[in-house]
Write a protein that binds this ligand. Sequence first.
Ligand SMILES: [Ca+2]
Ligand SMILES: [Ca+2]
Length: 76
Amino acid sequence: MSIFTKKTLIGSFLVVASAASFASSDLFDSLDVDKSGSISSSEASVHSVLSEMFATLDENADGELSYDEFAKAGLE
Ligand SMILES: [Ca+2]
Ligand SMILES: [Ca+2]
């Protein structure tokens, strides 16, 4: 019984964690139109705030925002 309860709790945590990570990558996925795994400046141009922050966020200056660089913007 206690093992069942423990498993149920762990299961609930996993559901919450995956729901949260899905929510935070939702905007990234929708902006990454070509699904290259990064956001180019033209992909960012549809989002006014991201577009303004683009140069600042692009820390390695490769002209693309990786998910890590994008995440620093704190956009939802
Ligand atoms: Ca892309
Ligand atoms: Ca970059």
